[in-house]
Write a protein that binds this ligand. Sequence first.
Ligand SMILES: Cc1cc2nc3c(=O)[nH]c(=O)nc-3n(C[C@H](O)[C@H](O)[C@H](O)COP(=O)(O)O)c2cc1C
Length: 331
Amino acid sequence: MLYPLVKPLLFSVDPELAHDVSLEMLQLFSPLLPARRIEKPVELMGLRFPNPVGLAAGLDKNADYLDGLGRLGFGFIEVGSVTPRAQPGNPQPRVFRLTRHRSLINRMGFNNSGVDHLVQQVAGKTRDFVLGINIGKNLDTPVADALSDYRIGLEQVYPHADYIAVNISSPNTPGLRDLQQEDALTALLAGIDDSRRALEDQHGYHRPLALKVSPDLDAQAIPLIADVIRKHRVDGLIVSNTTLSRETVGGHRFAVEAGGLSGVALRDLAREMLRLFYHELGQDIPIISVGGIDSAAEARIRLELGAKLVQIYTGLIYRGPGLVTEIARAL
Ligand SMILES: Cc1cc2nc3c(=O)[nH]c(=O)nc-3n(C[C@H](O)[C@H](O)[C@H](O)COP(=O)(O)O)c2cc1C
């Protein structure tokens, strides 16, 4: 209700400043906000999601704003990406609005306060939504040693997450996306699977794991990835991260900026990747669709294309927080 009034103000300042100010405000006023709850339960990955609308990773990298975000009606919230050690990310400016495309380009580069901080933020907190924790690798960890970073993340967040998302698809950490190649992915997921078995024994329970992929995969890579994830007990697939393509925003003054494109300009590609992965996976492994969802109609299309859940990020910036309940109510 309030968002149309504050949006011009937020859009008049740097996107990252607008992001920080809105989240600080949301968190500050969270005790005064009525909790919005929409019950449209979905049972998936052994979890009960109150409704199928989630917050995509990257908006709350450190789980600093869960009180406020928890009031907006999400069925699930994915925090992170978090890396073993704190790191600053790329120099600013690193987020750009492509307003006429209702899109963003970002090259944040996994700026975050490290996994210990995130764990402190979530430990022992009661919540009425499913919490996903998205893990990545530090910039200065060679890609060849990526497994060791994912193992640290996995071990630290295991007792605190309802599900764990493994992000191998950010375009802003050099080499990260190479982990999607068949051999590298097989080695990574086999190593992660070993760690998970040890953690299952140690804690006495199973934590579902979701893999987050890029929309820039070759069509030939999709059946290979589908095969590998089937063999390594991956419980869910998040399709997709941001794109390096600029096909849909050609000529825009920010199209030349390095980074990943999100929002409406990613919509058709995200749909197509969902279609291709669903063709391979069918009902074997559930798909969470993300990329350019900014209306109930678009969310419905993703469910019709085979997704079981949806996530939003850029749509929230352009449409405001009311988008969450708008979609959840309509589905
Ligand atoms: C500023 C920004 C930061 C992001 N950071 C992350 C991140 O840390 N980890 C991740 O897995 N995805 C990250 N993403 C990708 C989103 O989670 C999502 O996959 C992508 O933006 C497409 O969805 P959308 O079109 O609804 O924004 C980020 C996106 C944006 C715009």
